[in-house]
Design a protein around this ligand. Structure first.
Ligand code: ADP
Ligand code: MG
Length: 222
C-alpha cells in the first residue's frame, strides 16, 4: 500500500508466488497492475506494508536498511527500461561503479565481454545505441555475480530486432550462468519466452502458467 497523505493506493494485494532457482519467470499485466511494485519488493528496493518476502529462508520484509542494501548489492542485478546509466561515465566505468561496491566482483572488462561490448568500453552512453546501452546495463547487473536478475520492461524502449538480441542474451545468461531471471512486461510475445508466466491484474497474480514449450526469441512479434 502506497500512502500519499490521506490517500492510500493498494498496488498489490493477496499476491503469492514462489520463484525457482534457475528459471525465467515472466510477469505480464497491463499498465498500473502492480508489476513494478512487485519487482521492487523482490529486489529489496521497497518493503511491503504487510506480508513476507522470503529469500533463502530470510524474510526481507523484516530486514534492516543495512541488510537490504547488502542484499541488493550482492544478490540482485537490476535492468530497467531506460538503462539508468550514468551519462558522464564510459561503458566500462558504469560497470566498474557496480563492481566497486561488492567484495567479489567479476572484472568489468569480462562483464562487457559477456554482453559482446568489449570494443565499446570507452564509449559514453550518448555514443551508444539503445540496445548497446541496455547491454552495458546487463553487464553492470552481472558484474557483482548476483543470483537474481530482475528486469522491468527491459525492451520497452527498443525496436523489435534489438529487443530480440537483448532477450536472447538474457536467455543465454539463464542457461550458461544459471541465473534466476524475472522479466516484467506488458507484451504477450515476450511473456511466452518464460519457463512460467504469471498474469497480474489490479495488484493480484491471478494465474501462473507453466510453459512446457517456451517460445524461441525469433517468434517475438509486436
Ligand atoms: P505497473 O508497473 O504494472 O505499471 P506499478 O507497480 O508501477 O504498476 O503501479 C501499481 C499502482 O501503484 C498504480 O496504481 C500506481 O499509480 C501506484 N503507484 C506506484 N508507485 C507509486 C508510488 N511511489 N506512490 C504512490 N502510488 C504508486
Ligand atoms: Mg511498471
Amino acid at each position: 500500500v502506497y500512502r500519499m497523505g490521506e490517500i492510500e493506493v493498494v498496488a498489490l494485494r493477496d499476491t503469492s508466488i514462489d520463484i525457482h532457482t534457475g528459471e525465467m519467470l515472466t510477469v505480464i499485466g497491463p499498465s498500473g497492475s502492480g508489476k513494478s511494485t512487485l519487482l521492487n519488493q523482490i529486489g529489496g528496493m521497497d518493503r511491503p506494508s504487510s506480508g513476507e518476502i522470503l529469500y533463502l529462508g530470510r524474510n526481507l520484509a523484516q530486514a534492516s536498511d543495512v541488510e537490504l542494501t547488502e542484499y541488493r548489492r550482492t544478490q540482485v542485478g537490476f535492468i530497467f527500461q531506460f538503462y539508468n546509466l550514468i551519462p558522464s561515465l564510459t561503458a566500462i566505468e558504469n560497470v566498474q561503479v557496480a563492481a566497486e561496491i561488492v567484495a567479489e566482483a567479476m572484472e568489468p572488462a569480462e562483464a562487457l565481454r559477456l554482453v559482446g561490448l568489449e570494443d565499446r568500453a570507452s564509449h559514453f552512453p550518448a555514443q551508444l545505441s539503445g540496445g548497446e546501452q541496455q547491454r552495458v546495463s546487463i553487464a553492470r547487473a552481472l558484474v557483482s555475480n548476483p543470483r537474481l536478475i530482475l528486469c522491468d520492461e527491459p525492451t520497452g524502449a527498443l525496436d523489435l530486432q534489438t529487443s530480440k538480441q537483448i532477450l536472447s542474451l538474457l536467455l543465454e545468461l539463464k542457461q550458461s550462468m544459471r541465473k534466476t531471471i524475472v522479466i516484467i512486461t506488458h507484451n504477450t510475445a515476450i511473456a511466452t519466452l518464460g519457463d512460467r508466466i504469471a498474469h497480474i491484474r489490479d495488484g493480484g497474480i491471478y494465474t501462473i502458467e507453466t510453459n512446457a514449450y517456451p517460445q524461441p526469441v525469433e517468434s517475438v512479434r509486436w
